[in-house]
Design a protein around this ligand. Sequence first.
Ligand SMILES: C[S@@+](CC[C@H](N)C(=O)[O-])C[C@H]1O[C@@H](n2cnc3c(N)ncnc32)[C@H](O)[C@@H]1O
Length: 231
Amino acid sequence: MLARRRFWLVLVALLSAAILYRNRLRTYLEQVSANVCAFDLPTAGMYDALVASALEGFYARVAGETAAAFPRGRVLEVGSGPGRLAVRLAQEAPNVAVTGVDISEAMVERAARRVAEANLTGRLRFEVGDVGALPFADGEFDGVVSTLSLHHWPDPSRGLVEVHRVLKPGGEARIYDLAHWLWLPAHGGNRLSMMAEASPFGGGEVEVVRWPKAVPAFVLLRLRRKEEAGL
Ligand SMILES: C[S@@+](CC[C@H](N)C(=O)[O-])C[C@H]1O[C@@H](n2cnc3c(N)ncnc32)[C@H](O)[C@@H]1O
C-alpha cells in the first residue's frame, strides 16, 4: 500500500517537473529565436565570449580612429555592450573621459567589471539607457561613437535625433555598423545616407570599412552637428 502511494507521488512529481521544464524551455527557445532574428545572442556573456572577443582587431582600429578624431574632451559610446571598445579608447586617449550607455543592464554590469579590472574607473563610466531617450544633457559630449549597435535600435531615426541633441555644436558622431548588405533586411531598406539626410544633422558621409583584411563587412556613418550661427 505504502509502495503504491510512493509510486504515485513520484510519478506526479516527475510529471510536474516535466511540465515546468517544458514551459521554461519553450520560453528560453523563444528568447533565443527572437535574439537570433535581431542578430543577438541569448546572453551578454555569450556575446562577449563568442562575438566581441573575435572583434578585438576591429575595436583596436576603431579606438585608434576615434582617439584621432577626439583627442580630448568627453566621448559617449552608444550601445557599449561589454565595454571592450570603451576600455581600448580610454587606454589610447588619456585625455578623454568615456561614457558608455547601453539598454541592457547585463551588458553594463559586464562593462563595469572590465573597467574595474583595467583600473580605469576614474575616466570611464557606464549607464543603462535607451538611445531613443538618452539620459544626458543637451550638448554634453564632444564626440559620439558606436559599433554594431544601430541595426538593433528599434527606431534608428529617433536614435540620430538623440545623438544630435547630446553632441556639442561642431561635434561629430562616428557610427560603425554592419555593411548594408548585412543589416538591410532588418530595416526594410532604410538606407543610412537617407536616414542621415532626414535627421537633424541634415546629412552625413558613409564610408565602407574593410575588416577583416579586404572584406567590406562594415560601414562608418559620420555625422557632424553644425556650429550654431553667431558662435
Ligand atoms: C551587437 S551589440 C554591440 C556591442 C558593442 N558595441 C560591440 O561592438 O561589441 C549591440 C548592443 O547595442 C545595445 N542596444 C540595442 N538597442 C539599444 C538601444 N535602443 N539603446 C541603447 N543600446 C542598445 C545592445 O544591448 C547591445 O549591447
